[in-house]
Each structure stands twice: as structure tokens, then as C-alpha cells.
Design a protein around this ligand. Sequence first.
Ligand code: UD1
Ligand code: CA
Length: 460
Amino acid sequence: MRDEKSEFAIILAAGRGTRMKSSLAKVLHPICGQPLVTHVVAAAQMAGLKPVVVVHHQEEAVREALAGEDVIFARQAKTRGTGDAVRSALGVLPETGTVLVMAGDAPLIRSETMTALREAHGTRAATVLTASVDTGAHYGRLIRDSAGRPHIVEARECTPDQLEVTEINTGLYAFDIAWLRAALPGLPVHEDKDEIYLTDTIAIAGNEDRAGVVVHGDVTEVLGVNDRWDLAQARLALQDRIIRAHALAGVTFIDPASTVVEVGVTLSEDCEIGPGVVLEGTTSVAAGVVIEPYCVLRDTTVGAGVRVLTHTVSDGAQIEAGVRHLGPMARLRPGTVLKEGARVGNFVEIKNAILESGATVGHLSYIGDATVGVDTNVGAGTITCNYDGFAKHTTVIEDGAFIGSNTALVAPVKVGKGAIVGAGSVIVRDVPDNAVSVARGEQVDRDGAAERMRQRKKQG
Ligand code: UD1
Ligand code: CA
């Protein structure tokens, strides 16, 4: 890696992306958990380059998406084409040296490719990375004159013969900075679009015999996103890359094609990921964990020895080692912590609650804003009534307590150590330690009343 202060990567991200037909600027559309431009910024940083991001459309949102990253922003006053965009970034560059230029809409580009282009560029004026495509409809074509000197013609300006050319401009370039400064003001304006094309620099360098062309073998890597179908293809390709890397690092995927794993996810050796599993955000899964089919985990930490059962949805939960049982069809929302030996069964929703070791919430319950003590049992259908229409309140279930089925615990409320709450209770006051509390209508048994009722009905 080179000294990161010495070389820059200009990332073009000012355009609106009309072909996306979206109210969101193109470079902000996410794939695999990050906006397109963030992927490019990350690759440039990995190559040891300092990103200079050119912004205009939804400038504030682009700046915000990259907040916290070590990048410089340059503002393009009006989106007058890629040549004009680069010109607006020149102010932050040193007088001499080399700069890489790349599009913020090509999210699959790898740092190794940037480094290789930089090496191949040497002391030329301009070097462009090309690739060979079957159908290159929207890409600029690399055309060579009879002397072999290259220039680029945009697809929309190509003659039918030129359109047949399969060597396309990937949009990744290396430039000599001093040369670029001198060349940009002389670029022609393409009148019909009122745009200045960066691609025209290649013809100028070509005429000086100072242009380089590097052909890249992997065409998926240079895929530029212009419309929603490109976006879908880019996501597939990037997803494939992410999952393959995890697989090679020791994770089993039963069905990679139906699995979603975002870039920020950490998986350890010997995890097994079932079909239809979605792992998002900063989810982290410890070694040996099995995640069964159709689980959705966002920002969730899963400890070792856990088996996350099928159809579990988790958002920000922390599932510790040795959780005995989870799901199917459990929903774990932010603030959930399941300690070793806890058990959460089917159709249970948990939010902002800690289940201590041996706490069991087996069926059909809502536990929110609560702590559930060691070796407690929370019966089927128990609800913590945490919201009174104005504020959220806390429920505390102390160690060893037993909550009968279909109980409503009206918070703020505490069930003391070892207490037993009868089924169907509505608990509005604290239950003392070791008490038995029953809070429901008394049962009335009228002998023979059912038979008398049937007789009356029969007689009409
Ligand atoms: C561009 C190239 C084309 C190449 C293709 C590779 C030009 C004229 N054409 O075409 O040869 O095959 O990329 O993907 O360069 N942008 C700005 N300011 C502007 C215009 C664009 O910052 O004024 C940014 C866009 O936000 C985008 C990038 O530059 O991220 C490329 O622009 P886009 O309009 O997508 O160019 P293409 O038509 O794809
Ligand atoms: Ca593009």
C-alpha cells in the first residue's frame, strides 16, 4: 500500500441518474447494505487512495451517507458531464503526481484493479481500463485509428460499425495530474447534451502517443449501474462475492442463491446458514452456530452454541451462547438479550428485554421493556402491558417466578422472587416474593344449570 496521503481517487457522484426513475440520487441506492458510492469509496481506501467525491444532486444526503469516512468533497456547480466533474475536483489535488478517476455508480470495482491500473499507467498522460462485453449497449466504445491510437465514442454517438465494437470504457482511469489540468479546459462541449466528456481526454493523449489502454478480464467487476435492472444485477454479483468469501473462510451455505448477507455482517468458522436466511447490518454470528431456514437477523449478535430456529426475525438482539431454544417464528427486536440457557418458543415477540439463564417464554407472548429472572417460566399468551398510551413502563419478573398462561402484567409492575401468578390474571400491583396471586373473576358453579337450560330451549 502506498502512502495514503500522496495519491487521490476522484469518485464521480454528482449525477442524478435519470434512468433510475427515482427520487433518490443514483449513487445513494443501496446494494448489500451500503449505498453504491460507499462501496466505491471503500475500494479506493483499500487501495490506499484518498477519495475525493464529486457531489451535486442531493449533495447533503451524499455527504451524510459518507459521514465518518475519510473523504474530501468537491462540488460540481452544474452537472455538465464527467469532464466537468473532474475539473471541479482539481482544486484539492497536488500540482503533480497521479490521480485515479472512477464512477460512483460502479460498485463492484476492486482495490486490486485500481492498484494494477495505477502500476500499468506508469508515466503516461492517461490510461483507461477497458473490458470486453457481449452486449455493451450503454458503454462508451474504445475505438482505435489506423495507427492504433485509441479514442472513446459514447454509445449514443457511435456509428453502426462502432456499436459492434465489444471493447468498452469501464470508467476507471489513471491520469498524470499536470497533464490533466492542462487538457481539461480544451475538451469540446457535446452540444446536444451540453456536456463535457472525460472520455475525450483519451483521444488527446492518444494523439500525443501518451495514452494507455489496459484490458480487464472480469466484466462483472466494472458493471456500471444506470437503471434498476443494472442495480439488481450488481446486487447479485456483489452478493455472490460476499457469500463466496464467507464460504471460503469456513461457513456452510445450503442455498447461496436464496441467501442475503450484507457487507457489514461477521460470520465465524463452521456456521451453517440455511436457505432463505437474511443477515443484515452489523449482525455477528459466533463459530458453529446453525441458522435454520428463513430467519431474518438485523444488527443481532449470536453467541456460540446457539441454534436459531426457522422463521425467526431478529432486530438488534443479542443471543448468547447456549440459548436452549429459539423460534420457530420468534421476533426479537432491538434491546433483546437472551442469556445462556434461556428459551424462546414459537410466536413470541421480545423487545428491549433481558431473559436470564433458564428463563422460558415458550409460546405466543409479548415481552417488552422487561427483565425476566433466572429459572422463570412465563406461560403461553403472557403480555407485558408496557404502554399506557402515554409512556413506556417496565416489568420485572424476579428469579424463580411462575406466570400462568394468558396473564396481563400491567407495567410498571414487579413479580417477586418465587411468586406464582394464576392463569388469566390481570396484575396491576407488585406481587410479593413467594406469594400466589390470582387476579381474575371468581368461578361460579351452578349445579345442573346446563341441563335446565337445554330443557327450556327444547320447550321453546
Ligand atoms: C460513462 C462514460 C462511458 C463509460 C461508462 C462506464 C462518459 C461521457 N461516458 O458513461 O464511456 O462506458 O461511464 O460506466 O464519461 N457524473 C458526475 N457529473 C456529471 C455527470 C456524471 O459526477 O456531470 C457522475 C455520475 O454521477 C456517475 C458517473 O459520473 O456516477 C458516470 O456518469 P453516467 O452519466 O452514469 O455516465 P455513463 O453514461 O454511464
Ligand atoms: Ca454510468
